[in-house]
Ligand binder design. Structure first.
Ligand code: GLN
Length: 550
């Protein structure tokens, strides 16, 4: 019978519940257990696909095409647990299903449909949907903060869940903040006490508290938290801020024996922990041999989480090459104001990620022109590919007014246009070309060299595509299609001839990279950036006056 871990959060948002849940999943997997992870988000959108990255950060896409919360990205980077659309539920998605059932009249006919039991039953059903014969532990993270009105049905459902499956099969973990007050010169436990008391008022007694803190928590404070919150002192786990990387979190939880405690409390049959590979990876992060600087040119740069998986994938590729990747986050509009030469000087590589709509597109196109002409390694992703196509059309092929129909519906040269299947679609939610699709690569291309395979599968999220009518003209000028859908119709990868590394993809490779297994294309990009960096270093040394060179 599967066991259940529920992770809730208190005091403030953004404590890293997703990272902590992912870390717990990873530790249990490394103890030989088969885990599943799931997130509940209390907002009313059916999924985050219709939200601006400013609101929500990145939309993380799964193989099955589900548009999900970015915490699922942490789950995939830390564990091998398979993810599907059953792994992310919002209030909207739960209610949508309840209301559809009510309209069909097949489940609740004759009854008054209510939050308890109907909505809570629907939530419990979503948890049980992950239970299977090959699953030992289901970890369910409840988004938001205890005390939010929106979160109440989820908390009520997980309270009831222990009654359904037996308390011995359920563990409640509460993540809280222990702030340090500079003026008082000490850390404060009161917010944690209040947050746990709120949980207890709704009938949930947490079994384990994970305490986020800048400063170490002394024995005295641990005893105090334990007493006031009604948990054992060893169930008060310190999670100190990390100096180098988020990937240090699991190792620090091990130091505080969290895995032993979970195994014991849930009476799990587990192997001893083995995280040697993970620790070796952490050593590479802490002691890099090289450094490169990559410019990420986007339009949601101000929001730290808008390009989460891109930043993580760059780090992973750095780890693979013993290289620290310094990311320069560049607003595309800054390039429009200041010029590419000024803003992009000194970069070892330029990456243009995905995005939507016209704003910032001119800056992205200018950045790509700079990378193409200066032979700086360039990696375009989704909208990044589309902008590279527009740039090449305008500045090399000579189609001065070429554009994407996303930016200009009436352009004379629609080098990027809407996918045929999209024309009849009216609804915006969940209707893009989404999820995993196969693509065939051209033998000998940079993409083929990077992947080491001619057939690959990648995740997608787009409505527009390279317009095939221009394919010949582009090829004649040196921009080659090196990857396409198996029927050859949809352009997936383009590469430039006579450039050290100029590659763009229609897919989102950033959703399939792990710290212990960097994505091949990110690895190839960072390798090229590193080669440029080392080359530049040599040139500068050669040009330096003899006296200074000593
Ligand atoms: N806006 C573009 C499209 O819909 C690119 C999407 C993306 O970058 N994810 O095709």
């Amino acid at each position: 019978m599967a066991k259940h871990i529920f992770v809730t959060g208190g005091v403030v948002s953004s404590l890293g519940k997703g990272l902590t849940s992912a870390s717990i999943g990873m530790l249990l997997e490394q103890r030989g257990l088969r885990v599943r992870l799931q997130k509940f988000d209390p907002y009313i959108n059916v999924d985050p696909g219709t939200m601006s990255p400013y609101q929500h950060g990145e939309v993380y896409v799964l193989d099955d095409g589900a548009e999900t919360d970015l915490d699922l990205g942490h789950y995939e980077r830390f564990t091998n647990a398979p993810l599907s659309r059953d792994c992310n539920y919002t209030t909207g998605k739960i209610y949508l299903s309840v209301i559809q059932k009510e309209r069909r009249g097949d489940v609740y006919l004759g009854k008054t449909v209510q939050v308890i039991p109907h909505v809570t039953d629907e939530i419990k059903g979503a948890i049980k949907a992950l239970v299977a014969d090959d699953v030992d532990v289901v970890i369910t993270e409840i988004g938001g903060t205890v005390g939010d009105i929106e979160g109440l049905p989820f908390l009520e459902a997980i309270r009831q869940f222990a009654l359904d499956v037996g308390k011995a099969n359920v563990l409640y973990i509460h993540l809280t903040l222990i702030p340090y007050l500079k003026a008082a010169g000490e850390i404060k436990t009161k917010p944690t006490q209040h947050s746990v008391s709120q949980l207890r008022q709704i009938g949930i007694q947490p079994d384990i508290l994970i305490c986020r803190t800048e400063r170490p928590i002394g024995q005295e404070e641990v005893a105090k938290i334990a007493l006031f919150c009604n948990v054992e002192p060893r169930a008060v786990i310190e999670e100190r801020d990390k100096e180098f990387s988020i990937y240090e979190v699991p190792a620090s939880l091990v130091e505080n024996k969290l895995d032993d405690l979970i195994v014991e409390r849930l009476n799990l049959k587990a192997k001893p922990l083995d995280i040697a590979d993970w620790r070796a990876m952490l050593q590479r992060i802490k002691h890099p041999a090289h450094e490169v600087t990559i410019g990420v040119v986007g339009k949601y740069i101000k929001h730290n989480d808008a390009y989460k998986s891109i930043y993580e994938s760059l780090d992973h590729a750095g780890i693979a090459h013993h290289t620290r990747v310094v990311v320069r986050k560049i607003e595309a509009e800054e390039i429009e104001r200041e010029g590419a030469e000024r803003v992009l000087a000194g970069l070892d590589g330029v990456l243009v990620p995905g995005g939507f709509d016209y704003r910032g597109s001119t800056g992205k196109i200018d950045a790509i022109r700079y990378a193409r002409e200066r032979k700086v390694p360039f990696f375009g992703i989704c909208l990044g590919l589309q902008c590279a196509v527009i740039e090449f059309a305008r500045n090399v092929v000579g189609l001065a007014d070429a554009n994407s129909t996303e930016f200009d519906k009436d352009t004379r040269h629609p080098v990027v246009c809407m996918l045929d299947e999209q024309y009849a679609i009216v609804d915006k939610g969940g209707t893009m070309r989404l999820g995993s699709y196969a693509q065939k690569l051209v033998e000998g291309s940079k993409a083929h060299q990077a992947y080491g395979s001619l057939l690959v599968h990648e995740r997608h999220r787009h409505r527009y595509e390279f317009n095939n009518q221009y394919r010949q003209q582009f090829a004649a000028n040196g921009l080659l299609v090196t990857g396409a859908s198996p029927d050859g119709q949809l352009v997936e990868v383009i590469e430039l001839r006579d450039h050290p590394w100029f590659l763009a993809v229609q897919c989102h490779p950033e959703f399939k990279s792990k710290p212990t297994k960097a994505h091949p294309l990110f690895r190839g990009f960072i390798e090229a950036a590193l080669a440029r960096h080392e080359g530049q270093k040599k040139t500068t040394a050669r040009n330096r006056p003899a006296v200074l060179a000593k």
